[in-house]
Write a protein that binds this ligand. Structure first.
Ligand code: HEM
Length: 446
């Protein structure tokens, strides 16, 4: 039995990231949520992924401030010192934003997670995925219409990107319906069809990227210890290959899907970490899902076209090269344009590990584009409203266009910079400009 006034080190907390002993730290208090996990309205899976660490930023960004009261009787002690940056609690800007957003949902009489129209893009993504697959590997079409299967391969890449932007993204943010089973089904569909792991992505995106966007050494995309092949921050050590990065980003970005399909299962099951983010011991269910997803992916990509439809291996490889390269370029450009530019902030915690206002950081580290264009919004899974998404990741993307003016007005009142460009191309040009800037050796004109 643990006494409620006990003081824990971060290592002790870390060792309690299992289903038998699940502890989590929020604002310096350590809670035992082993029993609570089964009753967590956000589902057991999300909670179990977050235990064994200081989950303050993630918890506060997703829950009403009152939710912490539910945990009061589960407090078992305090954390001696956190290894995570700390944001101030509930600044006036955050409080007003929260109120304005809540007022909007009260006015329209909707729940932020309920948006039945989202079924349309979900169905389009899956529909195009299977239609294009059929065209790519229909022996008759391939014989009669030589070009069509290659166009279908591009559409297959596009639909894989859309599955990521819609089913994976919304499932991992729990932003469609209030039912954990639905979120689970959405992200598992993505696993089965794309050969990527949504469990790993929860760690990368929900635990790593979102609470600490662009924060050096905490956002897994901005690590000084892992210089990477692209340099877009001054904290990354200089490598002479960066001189060429404005040119090689295209082939580099294009191979992202292939690289992930090979590395993700290793990171999840063998390495048990994503860059700087450790992964808690996995339940049997996760191994079974991993195996099923891998088999389904191999069946779709190899067994069916090679053994049953008798396509040769070179043709299969080239078809998937078309698909994967298009898919990777499409997603990478959207992601990079919406946050890797000079105009957004790249904050650092101070010496005491303290950060500025979390909401302000989310807005100022985002680059929005093409507000009002329904076509762009559809094509980029609403990431053209990046600031709103980062501020309210649990709200269905269906509501972003309506919420953006409310957020912008609140930003204007509190003098918070809201970055917005007219089109994706403008935002992309800013990204390319930043890469060009960091392709010069420090001290040689950067
Ligand atoms: C990605 C991770 C998480 C997701 C997606 C998530 C999601 C949710 C959702 C959807 C609710 C229902 C209320 C609402 O709609 O706001 C909820 C409630 C709650 N969650 Fe989480 N949660 C996560 C992590 C955590 C963590 C780390 C804790 C800390 C122990 C936690 C503790 C709670 C508590 C105490 C409630 C309120 C329960 C009640 O009112 O009875 N959640 N969560």
């Amino acid at each position: 039995m643990v006494e409620s006034n006990q003081r824990f080190t971060i290592e002790q907390l870390r060792s309690a990231g299992t289903s038998e002993r699940a502890w989590v730290a929020i604002r310096g208090k350590v809670y035992d949520v082993t029993e609570f996990a089964a009753r967590h309205p956000g589902g057991r899976d999300f909670l179990m992924a977050t235990v064994g660490r200081d989950a303050t930023a993630m918890f506060e960004s997703l829950h009403d401030p009152k939710a912490i009261k539910v945990l009061a009787k589960r407090q078992i002690g305090t954390l001696i010192e956190s290894d995570m940056p700390q944001y101030p609690t509930q600044t006036p800007f955050q409080v007003e934003l929260r109120k304005n957003v809540a007022d909007y949902f009260k006015r329209v009489g909707k729940h932020p997670r309920n948006a039945p129209w989202m079924i349309v893009p979900y169905a389009v993504s899956i529909g195009v995925y299977f239609t294009s697959y059929f065209i790519m590997f229909s022996p008759t079409i391939c014989r009669e219409l030589k070009l069509l299967p290659w166009i279908a391969a591009l559409f297959h890449g596009w639909s894989s990107a859309m599955i990521g932007l819609y089913l994976l993204h919304d499932g991992c943010h729990a932003s469609f319906t209030q039912t954990p089973l639905v979120w689970d089904i959405m992200r598992r569909i993505s696993d089965l069809l794309t050969g990527l792991s949504s469990h790993l992505w929860i760690h990368e995106h929900v635990l790593g990227h979102h609470p600490f966007t662009n924060v050096v050494d905490f956002d897994p995309d901005v690590l000084t210890s892992n210089a990477g092949i692209i340099r877009y921050h001054e904290s990354q050590a200089w490598l002479s290959l960066y001189s060429w990065q404005s040119y090689y980003i295209f082939p580099l970005y294009a191979q992202a899907a292939f690289k992930r399909q090979i590395s993700e299962w290793y990171q999840l099951f063998v390495d048990r970490k994503f860059k700087n983010i450790p992964i808690n011991p996995l339940p049997l269910k996760e191994y079974l899902w991993g195996g099923t997803s891998f088999l389904s992916f191999i069946t779709l990509r190899l067994v069916l076209p090679y053994y049953f439809l008798k396509f040769n291996l070179l043709r299969i490889f080239l078809t998937y090269a078309c698909c994967n390269n298009f898919w990777s370029l499409y997603l990478t450009f959207v992601f990079q344009a919406s946050r890797v530019t000079d105009e957004v902030t790249w904050p650092k915690p101070d010496k005491g590990n303290q950060m500025q206002d979390w909401a302000k950081l989310q807005i100022e580290s985002s680059m929005d584009f093409a507000h009002g264009s329904w076509f762009t919004t559809f094509m980029v899974g609403s990431l053209n409203y990046q600031a709103v998404h980062h501020l309210l990741p649990y709200v269905s993307q269906y509501y972003y266009p309506a919420l953006a003016p409310i957020v912008q007005q609140t930003c204007a009142k509190y003098n918070v910079k809201y970055n917005l460009r007219g089109s994706l191309y403008e935002a992309l040009a800013l990204h390319i400009r930043r890469l060009a800037k960091f392709s010069t050796e420090p001290g040689a004109g950067e």
